[in-house]
Design a protein around this ligand. Structure first.
Ligand code: DGY
Length: 336
């Protein structure tokens, strides 16, 4: 009997077709957002699932789906998955790192530049027909990106790719704060210098947040942190909602503690804090950091590779390319 798998969100039909060769596939071509009971119902009898950030994979779901062997999540982030609960039940979790690094770094840079140079704010002004006088010297003056200080919170692959863009392409002085300092070689390759968090906040002209969401990064940037920043500074969040306190950010933007922000991720997505929506000095995008056609295809394809391998098929049977909890593959005991 063929195994059954679930694809929870709409994806590229030709990539999903690679699963249909081997499995009975239940997918979601209309991209309906399932409730948790609907997700659990559809997972019954499925050996593996291709999931997305909108799916909550927790202990209750796992207990209701004991036949599930693998959760193959699209995205480098996997804070929607309780990895510990999966590992405890022998369920493999995979993600899609690397293939999205440069596309997401490009987008972080785009948001930072749009915030600094007031791109969307001035476009809205033009579209409203309010551009009636040309050449006013102080019209939509923003802050320079080239030659300024770029601060990066979270210096993983995407943070490093942003640092390289800043240092090599825009002549920026790059400082970063991270759980641990990078090796001198990596620091040199991305032209970045490690600083403590306060120095990062005080010195950055443009602060980009790329730290993964976890209990320890929850509200890492709140009002207290924002008030330490330069009043001319921008903040860009391409990491996850919840790393920045959105209500505090709205307050800081409204009171002028910082000049502008660029946000691709929000607390409680797809809802956006109304206080942010009401502000003109924030650029808002709907979590599209990795959304180029080729990168989204590469992510879907890597996810399928992971699922095939997890169920003993594909190019590397039994060896998924990007496992999050590889211990499940080796049966190694949990670390104490
Ligand atoms: C990621 O890869 O984590 C993106 O944010 C998509 O969820």
């Amino acid at each position: 009997m063929r195994a059954s798998v679930l694809v929870t969100r709409a994806s590229f039909p030709d990539i999903v077709a690679r699963l249909r060769v081997h499995f009975d596939v239940t997918d979601n071509p209309d991209d309906t957002l399932w409730t948790q009971p609907e997700l659990i119902a559809r997972l019954q009898g499925k050996s593996a699932a291709l999931t997305a950030g909108s799916d909550r994979i927790d202990a209750t779901l796992l207990d209701a789906c004991p036949q599930l062997k693998a959760v193959c999540n699209i995205g480098v982030g996997y804070n929607n998955v309780d990895v510990e609960a999966c590992t405890a039940r022998g369920v493999l979790v995979t993600n899609t790192p690397d293939v999205l690094t440069d596309t997401t770094a490009d987008f972080g840079f785009a948001l930072m530049m749009a915030a600094a140079r007031r791109v969307t704010e001035s476009e809205r002004f033009l579209r409203r027909g309010e551009w009636t006088k040309t050449g006013r010297y102080d019209m939509f003056v923003g802050s320079d990106v080239h030659g300024s200080t770029l601060g990066i919170l979270g210096m993983g692959r995407i943070g490093q790719a942003i640092a390289r863009r800043g240092a090599l392409g825009f002549g920026m002085r790059v400082i970063y704060h991270n759980r641990s300092q990078l090796s001198p070689d990596i620091e040199a390759s991305c032209g970045a210098r490690y600083v403590d968090k306060d120095t990062l906040l005080l010195e950055a002209d443009h602060l980009v947040i790329v730290v993964p969401y976890s209990a320890s990064s929850h509200h890492a940037i709140g009002l207290q942190e924002l008030r330490k920043m330069k009043s001319s500074a921008t903040l860009t969040n391409i990491a996850r909602g919840g790393v920045v306190d959105d209500a505090a950010l709205a307050e800081a933007l409204a009171e002028g503690s910082i000049a502008a922000a660029g946000l691709d991720v929000f607390e409680g997505e797809p809802a956006v804090n109304p206080a942010l929506l009401a502000l003109s000095n924030v650029v808002l995008t709907p979590h599209i950091g990795s959304a180029s056609v080729s990168t989204r295809r590469a992510m879907a394809s890597l996810c399928v590779d992971n699922l095939l391998a997890a169920l003993g098929l594909g190019a590397t049977p039994g060896k998924p390319p990007t496992p999050v909890n590889p211990r499940v593959l080796t049966g190694a005991p949990a670390a104490v």
